[in-house]
Design a protein around this ligand. Sequence first.
Ligand SMILES: CC(C)(COP(=O)(O)OP(=O)(O)OC[C@H]1O[C@@H](n2cnc3c(N)ncnc32)[C@H](O)[C@@H]1OP(=O)(O)O)[C@@H](O)C(=O)NCCC(=O)NCCS
Length: 165
Amino acid sequence: MIRNISQEEVFDLFFDLIIDIEMGDHFDKTNESHLKWLEQKVSRRFGCGAIFYGYFDTDKAPIGIGSVVIEDHPIFQGYSELLDLGVIPKFRGLGYGTKLVQHAEHLSRDAGLFCMYISTYAGDEIAISFYTKCGYTPVAVLPDVNGPKDEGKLYLRKRLYRDRE
Ligand SMILES: CC(C)(COP(=O)(O)OP(=O)(O)OC[C@H]1O[C@@H](n2cnc3c(N)ncnc32)[C@H](O)[C@@H]1OP(=O)(O)O)[C@@H](O)C(=O)NCCC(=O)NCCS
């Protein structure tokens, strides 16, 4: 079951996972600035209108998380952007990540949007393989967003109304 979750639930139910998504191995639980940055990051996401949602099993145990911003527009057909996506390690490889992406696509289609964007670390081969399998095509790389010794950020896009072109 997928349902929307609050800012508190992001941390209460998906604490280790949101760390994995946003900071990976760089996160240091003993470093206060890391936690503060993460809380601000999630707070800013809510502030810009992101919808956070969680996937739960039949016992209501958390499985995975996603968040999406619906960039609708009164004139243009608009786009959405998937911001956070992750599945708790023991549930990976079982199709939950795909279902979480599809949920954001459903919300985007319901809003009449043309396409959905996703960005990830350009050196993350697993994420790129996963998003490609979900139907996303690489469209741009932003170099140096994390400094000079970094692969940068890769944007991928999927057209949601391919049949209307
Ligand atoms: C990326 C992630 C969300 C995938 O979730 P998942 O539930 O394991 O993915 P699915 O089971 O739906 O996999 C769908 C397809 O993605 C690809 N894929 C998934 N995991 C993969 C891996 N480890 N290596 C290569 N391809 C992979 C496969 O093509 C897979 O299809 P298949 O099962 O038919 O082979 C999950 O690995 C994760 O949470 N990673 C940590 C956080 C992260 O990297 N988030 C995304 C970037 S911000």
